[in-house]
Design a protein around this ligand. Structure first.
Ligand code: MG
Length: 172
């Protein structure tokens, strides 16, 4: 049985993942407004991934007979100074999410809730990838500098990103 403390913390995490989804959707819309369609695509996929993260946590609570209680989603920033600013904000945000996931893992360990630990392991690894992806693109955008031509090429590369359902949702 899941502890009340972990139940509440995962409920809060569902809200945090949905807020992340909303944040990246907002970045996607700002990128559309700035005519970077590839960047907009990248963030739109990020938006889908965050919704998938929320679903994984919701499925987990449902599986352990713990009720999911959805809360209001806070507003998000709507404009960024530049594409670089968007990806730097992404990295900072993902570092905060990593800390939240680590906190969930600490509670699961305190509780000796091995099932929750097992589920959270996937998120621990996912966060390493999230931070790495943001860092890689920051490096790419910084390398482009003021070259409009290079930014055009990078935007085309980001347009190629496609959504794939995260493993924990396969068949669900
Ligand atoms: Mg997430």
């Amino acid at each position: 049985m899941i502890s009340e403390k972990l139940h509440k913390a995962i409920n809060d995490q569902i809200n945090a993942e949905l807020w992340s989804a909303y944040l990246y959707l907002s970045m996607s819309m700002d990128a559309e407004d700035k005519n970077y369609k590839g960047v907009a695509n990248w963030f739109h996929i990020q938006f889908q991934e965050e919704q998938a993260h929320a679903r994984i946590f919701m499925n987990y609570l449902n599986s352990v007979e713990a009720k999911v209680e959805l809360k209001p989603i806070e507003g998000v920033q709507t404009t960024w100074d530049s594409v670089l600013d968007m990806f730097k904000s992404t990295l900072e945000h993902e570092k905060k999410v990593s800390a939240l996931i680590r906190n969930l893992m600490s509670i699961a360990k305190e509780d000796r809730d091995y099932a929750a630990e097992s589920k959270l392991n996937w998120f621990i690894e996912e966060q390493v990838e999230e931070e790495e992806a943001a860092r890689d693109i920051i490096f790419a955008v910084e390398s482009v500098g003021n070259s409009k031509n290079d930014m055009y090429i990078l935007d085309k590369e980001l347009a190629a990103r496609v959504y794939t359902e995260p493993a924990p949702l396969a068949g669900k």
